[in-house]
Design a protein around this ligand. Sequence first.
Ligand SMILES: [Fe+2]
Length: 254
Amino acid sequence: MIDLEKAKKEFEKYISKYNLNNPEIARKVGHSYRVAKISKKIAKSLNLEQEEIELAELIGLLHDIGRFEQQTIYKTYDDIYSIDHGELGVKILENNEYIRKYIENSQYDKIIKTAIFNHNKYEIEENLEQKTILFCKIIRDSDKLDILYEAIAMFWKDKIKVQDGISQKVLKDFKDEKSILNQDKITELDKAIGIISFIYDINYIESFKITKENDYINKIMDKFEIENTKVKEEFEEIRKIANKYIENKIQKER
Ligand SMILES: [Fe+2]
């Protein structure tokens, strides 16, 4: 058994060292708790053992533990201009065996660290054990699901009028069912499509169900008021492709 209450208390203690009045820091606290919850939900949907469900939840709670130090030191969440926050998280947990404050037993250390290390990478590293891959996939899904939520609740809180278009490479990659690369996102709509393209890197049916139930894709897209007719058409095409892709994934299970 993993004592999640104890882990949450330790997490509270850890974050209390940081400036919680900084909205950027506060946002990651909320994100960590939400991701823990979503990870638990996905793990349950996969009919995992109770302890594995707890492990998924713990990884969710800890996956962004590097974020607080990153924001405090570098004043940014951009890994490219600062530090890889997945790797930093692993280091924090390794320092003086800090991980033991979260879980008494060391048998899951490798899984926890590997999942945190891999959660923010473009792809999961190769040659991992099946069980480790499972937890990498769960955290990658739940992290993305919460970013979809944050996109609506925080990034594009109010409706925005956009005048610029969609970059051709972004449009093409999306139609080819590829995740959009960060460096290709130029316009505001590119960024939105980048987040929508998370669907191509989602692993589990439960995650598609959560996306659909919360209507994340349409809600994100509805934030944008597009003036140019051609751009509007392109954007609507993306909507169709995305919704159909999600629907197909859910249908396949039946
Ligand atoms: Fe992260």
